[in-house]
Design a protein around this ligand. Sequence first.
Ligand code: NAD
Length: 486
Amino acid sequence: MKTKIAVANGDGIGPEIMAAVLKIFEACDVQLDYEFVEMGKSYFDAGHSTGMTEKAKETIENLGILFKGPMETPKGKGVKSINVTARKVWNTYANQRDFRSLNGVNTVFSNAGMQINLTIIRENIEDTYGGIEHMLTNDVAVGRRIITRPGSAQVIRYAFEMARRKGLKKLACGHKANIMKLTDGIFLETFYQIAKDYPEIQASDIIVDDLCMKLVAHPEMFQAIVLTNLQGDIVSDLCAGLVGGLGFAPSANIGDNISIFEAVHGTAPDIAGKGIANPTALLLSGISMLRYMGLTNNAASIENALLYTLEQGVHTGDFGNRNTPSVNTEGFANAIIANLGKHPSNGGVIAHPNFECKTNFDFHPEKNKITVTNPDVNEEIQGVDVFVESALQPGEIAGLAKSKLNDKFELIMISNRGTQVWPTGSVYTELVNQFRIRFERPEGGELTQRDCFEIAAELSDVIKVCSVEMLMLFDGKIGYSLAQGQ
Ligand code: NAD
């Protein structure tokens, strides 16, 4: 029996490359049925604020697999990217991108005789992609970076499982926990906690800037790397560059219920409609999808035909030997079809699964899942940060803050852009019109939430309050950052 999946053609070059890939699937007798869903720019334009029809949402939630072409997010209309929304709403928490050198695709590394084979697992839901941003003053925008223990654990466990399935010897965690001690700190701490369950895999961590340098200089040092969302986004495009560009970068967005397979590249508006786009990235994504669905024989024979075709020097206009004529999208697909059953010179791939195969399609949850890792943690309120708008000098702001102090609080410090400016600071620190005033309980004191909001309310009589943030202790551990210089 054929399994049904949802397919969205996408915008720009999307319909052209999707047609090429589905033609290859058909030639290989892939046992899939397709339900085409209405998603993309024209549905934004038609007034669907999420960029898809209700019917499309229902179909994808019913079928659990979406194979999609790239989609354009209309600019300047205040709408969010449909690609990001789809990943977040359906909790496809792990973004897996496999990068490897392909014969026929020349890069500086292949020319130097170096083969690249590495996998990036990027967290796909959290981080700055929450898109929670506010203007605190006309000059100051603030974005929230959300990193959670459950979200980190989901993607990190996925990465270790993937490494185990592929028989990898090592997994690295890329991070910036030296600067973002709490957010990246949670990610890194979770990484080493979960690593204990996989003793056969060598776990290490690396600061993301060092990682970028090492990936460019010595990509062979790494087998797989797991990262938070934004850092993973940047590092995976860097890796696409190592193996020949975005035209060769597949992407799988894996969730427990719904998974989305797509190319990394966008709609390529500059070449859309010309029939010359390179379908390889979408084809590689489709091959990952076949493996995920347990169609491993199909996956292997299409991959071998693709590798053989590339090795023969067949290429679209965006890569390959400029001295040999390029083929168009359809010509490229036809060449792969003609080569089904052939193997590249290194013997090619065998039918092994890359992903945990999805066999259970009966997954319709009735409630939202909610995870709390330690419900018994002891929480105490240590104080409150009140963010205010002012163009006064730090000493003057301290005077206003002191005028509203009560015996529940002490005035600890004032910072501007994260740098302490009161009680000590430097006159050389340049300021903007937004300060953070930190109040803490005195030794032995106790605070309630109401106390914290009340001091902020009092302060609002003499200065504009932009925002309030609790200072918490969790089992006695400080749950907030200190100011530079504090
Ligand atoms: P892009 O990836 O569409 O194009 C960048 C360059 O790469 C262009 O020169 C393009 O011609 C080339 N290119 C991309 N894919 C190619 C292919 N398969 N074959 C040959 N050449 C290819 O990036 P962009 O121009 O920044 O974005 C265009 C649109 O795509 C934007 O609306 C963006 O929001 C959207 N986008 C969507 C996704 C997605 O659906 N997942 C991802 C990225 C960008």
